[in-house]
Design a protein around this ligand. Structure first.
Ligand code: AMP
Length: 280
C-alpha cells in the first residue's frame, strides 16, 4: 500500500494505473476505521482493480467545532487495517492540501439537502459536497463506495454527481452492525460504558417498529419510535422522519411510496448517533 498526502502525486500514480486499463475504486472516509468501513473496502476490491481509500476529517462539514475537535483519530491503526485489507493507495491529505484557499462554492440539492441532517446540521451537506467533489476530481474513480448508514449523504452525493456531471458510479453498501445491533460508527468510541449499553436500543426500536407497520399509521409509528427512545433517560431523539427513499420527501401514508425509510438522529449523552431502517 502506498500512502500519499499530495494530490498531484496521487493523480500521477492513478494516471499510470489507468494507462494499464485498471479500473479504480474509491472509498472516502474520515478515519477511525471499523468493520463498516472495511466492508466498503472489501466491496471496492472485489469490483475494481485498484482500491483508493482517503482519510480526511473534513472541517467544512462540521457545523459544531467541538464535534470536529472530539472526532476520533487513529491514523496508525487505520493504516494497519487498510494494509491488511489489501488497499492499494491510502490518501491522507492535510487541510491545506484540500483547501489551499477557502472553498466558497454553495450547492443546492433541493429537498434532499434541506431535510433531516440538512435541517439539523446547517452547512453540513455543503461541506460534504465540497470535499467529495474535490476528492472525486483527484481520484477520477470508476466507482465510489458509500455506506447506507449515512442514508441521506448517499442521496446528496448522487445529486451532486448528477449536477456536476461526474462519471463516477455511486455504489451504496449495507449498514454493518455490532452484535447487539448498534450501527457501527467511529463516534461509538466516544460512548462511555453506560451509554454504550443503552445505544443499541435505537436499532432495537427501529426493528420493532417494522413489525408495527401493518397495524399502525405512519404518524403512530413515528410516535412509537420517538416516545419509546425518549423514555430512556440517556437518549434524546433529535429527529425521526419517515421519508421516500429516493426523494426524501416526508411520507404521510404507507402506500404513498415504494420505499418508505425511517431516518433517525439520537443524542446519547453528547454523542450524536444516526441510523435508519427501510420499511419494505
Ligand atoms: P465516515 O468515516 O463516517 O465518513 O464514513 C465513511 C464511509 O463509511 C461512509 O460512506 C459511511 O456511510 C460508511 N460507513 C460508516 N459506518 C458504516 C457502517 N456501520 N456500515 C456501512 N458503512 C458505514
Amino acid at each position: 500500500m502506498k500512502t500519499v498526502s499530495n494530490i498531484k502525486v496521487l493523480r500521477n500514480y492513478l494516471a499510470e494505473e489507468r494507462l494499464q486499463n485498471k479500473h479504480i475504486g474509491f472509498v472516502p472516509t474520515m478515519g477511525a476505521l471499523h468493520e463498516g468501513h472495511l466492508s466498503l473496502v472489501k466491496r471496492c476490491l472485489e469490483e475494481n482493480d485498484v482500491c483508493v481509500v482517503s482519510i480526511f476529517v473534513n472541517p467544512t462539514q462540521f457545523n459544531d467545532k467541538n464535534d470536529l475537535e472530539a472526532y476520533p483519530r487513529t491514523p496508525e491503526a487505520d493504516a494497519d487495517l487498510l494494509e491488511a485489507a489489501g488497499c492499494h493507495y491510502l490518501f491522507v491529505p492535510s487541510v491545506e492540501e484540500m483547501y489551499p484557499e477557502p472553498d466558497t462554492r454553495v450547492f443546492d440539492f433541493g429537498n434532499i439537502g434541506r431535510v433531516m441532517e440538512g435541517a439539523h446540521r446547517p452547512g453540513h451537506f455543503n461541506g460534504v459536497a465540497q470535499i467529495v467533489s474535490k476528492l472525486f476530481d483527484a481520484v477520477e474513480a470508476r466507482r465510489a463506495y458509500f455506506g447506507e448508514k449515512d442514508f441521506q449523504q448517499i442521496a446528496v452525493v448522487r445529486e451532486m454527481a448528477r449536477q456536476l456531471g461526474y462519471a463516477t458510479e455511486i455504489v451504496a453498501c449495507p449498514i454493518l452492525r455490532e452484535a447487539d445491533g448498534l450501527a457501527m460508527s467511529s463516534r461509538n468510541r466516544r460512548l462511555d460504558s453506560k451509554q454504550r449499553r443503552k445505544a443499541p436500543l435505537i436499532a432495537k426500536i427501529l426493528k420493532e417498529s417494522l413489525r408495527l407497520v401493518p397495524q399502525m399509521s405512519v404518524q403512530e409509528v413515528k410516535d412509537f419510535v420517538i416516545d419509546t427512545l425518549n423514555n430512556e433517560p440517556l437518549l434524546c431523539v433529535e429527529y425521526f422522519e419517515i421519508v421516500d427513499g429516493q426523494t426524501l420527501m416526508p411520507v404521510n401514508h404507507w402506500d404513498q411510496t415504494a420505499s418508505p425509510t425511517g431516518c433517525i438522529a439520537v443524542f446519547c449523552g453528547q454523542v450524536r448517533l444516526i441510523d435508519n431502517i427501510m420499511y419494505t
